[in-house]
Design a binder for this molecule. Structure first.
Ligand SMILES: CC(C)(COP(=O)(O)OP(=O)(O)OC[C@H]1O[C@@H](n2cnc3c(N)ncnc32)[C@H](O)[C@@H]1OP(=O)(O)O)[C@@H](O)C(=O)NCCC(=O)NCCS
Length: 157
């Protein structure tokens, strides 16, 4: 099987990244509800982007195997890097591609001055939790989203 190359994510990859994200994230539930072109742009616009694409094939006709989107800053912590989005195409899973993407992203963030890199993992996402633990992340604080549904509308309202 041909090698998968990691390259800095460029504008020409944006459509494929957006599409892969929509295929693999359930955008009806947190934290994936914010997946969008503007979520991507936030990272690409950063003065210190840490965004990588994993490509299968020649540069001109390469297929996107996976991506990671990171940038400096997390909430008010300007000294933290944020690895916010990562995905591997289902056809390419289990080959260590996400692990390589995590390492590339973290290396970029540390070079940019990050004193730590943070990422959030949805509690049922075992694949993502294992991936992060295997690559040096330890569990920090847990935040649970409590949801209060609106009461049903009264008849005739
Ligand atoms: C999470 C995801 C990126 C992993 O991609 P991948 O390329 O298959 O991961 P890798 O092959 O690099 O595996 C990395 C580690 O995670 C583990 N892992 C991967 N998939 C797993 C699964 N379904 N269950 C348990 N562990 C899993 C691997 O065993 C590996 O650990 P190891 O090195 O000890 O063997 C991929 O499943 C995915 O795209 N999921 C949907 C998107 C998503 O949930 N992204 C995270 C939130 S933004």
């Amino acid at each position: 099987m041909a090698d998968i190359a990691l390259v800095p994510l460029r504008m020409e990859h944006v459509a494929a990244v957006l599409d892969l994200g929509y295929r693999v994230y359930d955008t009806s539930v947190k934290p994936y509800t914010s997946w969008s072109l503007s979520a991507m742009a936030h990272h690409l616009d950063s003065t210190e982007p840490a965004c990588w694409a994993a490509l299968d094939g020649d540069v001109d006709a390469a297929r996107l195997a996976g991506f990671v989107l990171g940038s400096m800053g997390f909430d008010q912590r300007t000294d933290w890097g944020n690895l916010e989005w990562i995905a591997t195409d289902p056809d390419y899973r289990g080959r260590g591609i996400a692990g390589r993407l995590v390492e590339a992203c973290c290396e970029s963030l540390v070079k940019a001055g990050a004193t730590a890199v943070v990422t959030d993992v949805e509690s049922r996402n075992a694949a993502s939790a294992t991936l992060m633990k295997r690559h040096g992340f330890r569990e920090g604080v847990t935040v649970t989203l409590f949801v209060r549904d609106a009461p049903p509308a009264a008849d005739g309202a």
